[in-house]
Write a protein that binds this ligand. Structure first.
Ligand code: GAP
Length: 475
């Protein structure tokens, strides 16, 4: 059984062992803060994406989705403020030459303090960050004797700003090529398409544009597994509203997004809102939805009231009018924006952490343990495992028949090898909600044994009802 401290490590190992997540290019010793999703991870990730996409687009008549390119005209990032402002205060240790994001360094230190001291330290840090007081931050680090994890010394440089965008060259001839950036957020692809979507979709304010896609940030301290990556995916939605109504919509989206999280059956006590002390350059209000990971409460989603900053900036830099004519009030204006932005990989980590359980099972005489992923059925990579009891007597043929009935509707897995108990354990470990065993009785009366993942209870039902049982659980 894992203790609190090594629970996170156990989850990371589990993700690798069961084909959820591998370090990127592992045969070359991996690439820091870059990860690949394996056969089960990519299914789970896709299911999270689909769940978000459906709830945002299909269930909101006034929200449509787009898929913009990762490369964008370089002026986009000048207009959005990312060239000038998308940086974090960093500090270097002079002995180890290791660079840290100042907030991560202090937060890491605070994790080992008593709650009261930690809260006090983090409040001081938040205040200094909000005031851009870099000298104050350095003094705080020195005063608390916060040491580098490599050299163990407190020999620090001054605190400086570093831009987090990756750049590359567009074009094959170096002198003619222009520098472009890998997008650090998907949001700008939505802003630059505001008029295209509004006009072609005949959208009326208030309306939203949703997008799922890759984003890239040169995170300096990239740690904690897929919590902070250099290449990651975002699921973002920009909701365009009439100026003056943004507060009301901000509150509405705060509630709507929290309801989405809770709709997955996760304990509400594991969630909390955290208002931003230091607002981003574009926001007039911002809050994080935080989840209690095994490494503490951390941000999983941000809800930002972005004012009309982005559209106005693009209007100015492109010299194209980006406005909306509101027929209800007979006025032209640049809409205000409420953004909901959730990291897909972070949501994946949340779902796995919430689902992972190590359990004592069996009897007093014959105790046993199992690792089970109690994933919501709609997110599980495999919905149904079909397991003939033996490889003979016509049982595999019957199992294949069930497989053919079910696989057009949801992801199924077929397996004949090993004792049934072992096969159940493997399915528990990847979160398969239902296992069906085909045995000799199936040949006689057409019934099968359904074994439920969470309760481990078994029931006999007609084979013809299996498909509906699973369908009811996943929709
Ligand atoms: N468009 C607004 C925006 O990008 P953000 O707070 O920087 O806001 C939104 O990012 C979400 O993206 C975060 O709440 C987090 O879930 C995810 N995210 C940000 N940086 C990440 C990283 N380096 N690795 C994984 N997810 C990240």
């Amino acid at each position: 059984m894992s203790t609190e401290q090594n629970l996170f490590q156990a989850i990371i190992s589990h993700c690798k062992e069961y084909g959820f997540i591998f370090p990127s290019s592992e045969i070359y010793d991996g690439l820091s803060a870059v990860y690949d999703y394996g056969q089960n991870g990519s299914e789970l990730k896709k299911n999270i994406k689909d769940y978000w996409w459906k709830s945002m687009t299909q269930l909101h008549e006034n929200i449509v989705g787009i898929d913009a390119a990762i490369f964008m005209h370089p002026t986009t990032w000048k207009a959005s403020g990312h060239v000038d402002n998308f940086s974090d205060p960093m500090i270097d240790n002079k002995d180890s030459k290791k660079r840290y994001r100042v907030d991560h360094l202090i937060e890491g230190f605070a994790e080992n303090l008593a709650k009261e001291q930690a809260d006090e330290l983090l409040a001081t840090m938040d205040k200094l960050l909000a005031e851009n007081d870099f000298a104050g931050l350095k003094s705080l680090i020195e005063e608390k004797k916060i040491a580098c994890t490599v050299s163990g010394t407190v020999n620090w440089t001054d605190v400086r700003q570093f831009n987090l965008m990756f750049s590359t060259q567009l074009g094959s001839v170096t002198d003619e090529a222009s520098e472009i950036y890998l997008r650090p957020e998907t949001a700008q692809g939505i802003f630059v398409n505001f008029l295209n979507v509004q006009k072609t979709g005949r959208m009326k304010v208030p309306f939203g544009i949703a997008q799922i896609g890759k984003a890239f940030r040169n995170e300096i301290v990239a740690r904690q597994f897929i919590f902070r990556m250099r290449e990651f995916e975002q699921m973002e939605m920009q909701f365009f509203v009439r100026p003056g109504t943004q507060k009301e919509w901000y509150e509405k989206w705060k509630q709507t997004r929290m309801e989405w999280h809770l709709s997955l059956g996760i304990d509400p006590a594991k969630y909390r809102f955290k208002d931003h002390v230091k607002l981003a350059h574009y926001a007039d209000a911002a809050v994080d939805i935080e989840f209690e990971f095994p490494i503490g409460f951390k941000e999983v989603e941000g809800i930002h009231s972005r004012t009309d900053f982005d559209l106005k900036q693009h209007q100015e830099f492109s010299r194209k009018k980006i406005q909306y004519f509101d027929t209800e009030i007979n006025q032209n204006y640049v809409p205000y924006v409420i953004e909901t932005s959730i990291g897909l990989d972070r949501m994946f980590l949340l779902v796995i952490c919430n689902a992972y359980a190590e359990e004592q099972i069996g009897t007093e005489e014959k105790p046993d343990t199992r690792v089970v992923l109690r994933l919501p059925a709609k997110l599980a990579p495999t919905k149904l495992a079909i397991l003939p009891l033996t490889k003979k007597d016509g049982l595999p043929e019957l199992a294949r028949e069930l497989m053919d009935q079910c696989k057009p509707y949801f992801h199924c897995f077929y397996e004949e090898k090993d004792a049934i108990g072992k096969r159940y354990r493997r399915q528990d470990a990847i979160g398969t909600p239902f296992c069906v065993t085909i045995d000799h009785q199936t040949k006689e009366d057409g019934t099968v044994t359904v074994r439920h993942r969470d309760s481990m209870e078994q029931e006999r039902i007609p084979m013809s009802e299996v498909r509906n049982l699973v369908m009811n659980a996943i929709f």
